[in-house]
Design a protein around this ligand. Structure first.
Ligand SMILES: NC(=O)c1ccc[n+]([C@@H]2O[C@H](COP(=O)([O-])OP(=O)(O)OC[C@H]3O[C@@H](n4cnc5c(N)ncnc54)[C@H](OP(=O)(O)O)[C@@H]3O)[C@@H](O)[C@H]2O)c1
Length: 216
């Protein structure tokens, strides 16, 4: 771990709680952000250590590194609530998915295949370096993942090589074999499109503890 680096996690759902717990377990100073801090009080007490809860703006300001773990359709509104200038010069890990459940399961994608939430986040935060990461696995497998087939790599993409190196370091701290980097943030179109496929595979295999991998 690199000192007591401060991490802001925007979100209060399963992803924010798992990643928040993961960062705290590695000694990071974590703040989760939500519109309703009270609802995370039990989680905060349970995790202990250096974890706190605040507003979206407070969590964004707290983090030297910021994680986005908000509902896909609300993510851009959350960035407005948090204040885009609070992300300036920071690495932003985007774990969100723009899933469209309006026609039921399996979902479609809110922005089709000619745009992505990862790109929209990067456009909204032009002074931050956004890395898409963690969006292709279930929350229970994000930290200390164990797969019967052995160690796995996490799919990532983003425009900045330095930011991706930081994120790969975190992946290794969390127990991943490393990153599978598919290039610039436009790769988020395909990492987000993997999720309806991941859901279909989960339905076929009756599990939510799988990860899509390349073998050769
Ligand atoms: N669940 C998984 O296993 C999984 C795996 C990979 C990726 N993802 C992606 O990760 C993200 C988080 O997923 P999740 O299941 O943990 O939680 P979620 O239920 O998708 O999102 C919860 C968060 O979204 C915020 N939110 C919802 N509607 C809002 C609105 N109208 N305005 C402002 N904020 C709003 C909530 O804010 P408050 O805190 O204020 O209520 C909360 O922080 C999603 O984009 C999801 O697709 C999920």
């Amino acid at each position: 771990m690199t000192g007591s680096k401060r991490v802001g996690v925007l979100g209060s759902g399963d992803v924010a709680k798992q990643l928040g717990r993961g960062f705290a377990s590695r000694g990071y100073d974590v703040m989760l952000g939500t519109r309703e801090p009270k609802k995370l009080e039990a989680w905060r007490r349970e995790v202990g250590g250096t974890v706190s809860v605040g507003s979206f703006a407070e969590a964004a300001a707290h983090g030297e590194l910021v994680v986005l773990a908000t509902h896909g359709a609300a993510t851009e509104a959350v960035l407005e609530l948090a204040g885009p200038t609070r992300f300036r010069a920071k690495v932003v890990i985007d774990a969100t998915n723009p899933l469209d459940f309006s026609r039921g399961m399996p979902p479609g994608l809110l922005f089709g295949l000619t745009d992505s939430l990862g790109e929209r986040v990067q456009r909204k935060l032009p002074e931050a370096t956004v890395v898409k990461c963690f969006n292709t696995v279930g929350s229970l497998k994000m930290v200390d993942p164990r797969f019967s087939s052995g160690p796995a790599r996490m799919w990532i993409c983003g425009n900045d090589a330095g930011a991706k190196k930081v994120v790969e370091g975190i992946l290794k701290e969390f127990g991943w074999a490393g990153a599978l980097d598919v290039g610039g943030i436009d790769g988020a179109r395909w990492l987000e499109a993997m999720v309806p496929l991941w859901l279909r595979a989960g339905q076929a295999l009756q599990t939510w503890e799988h990860v899509l991998q390349v073998v050769r």
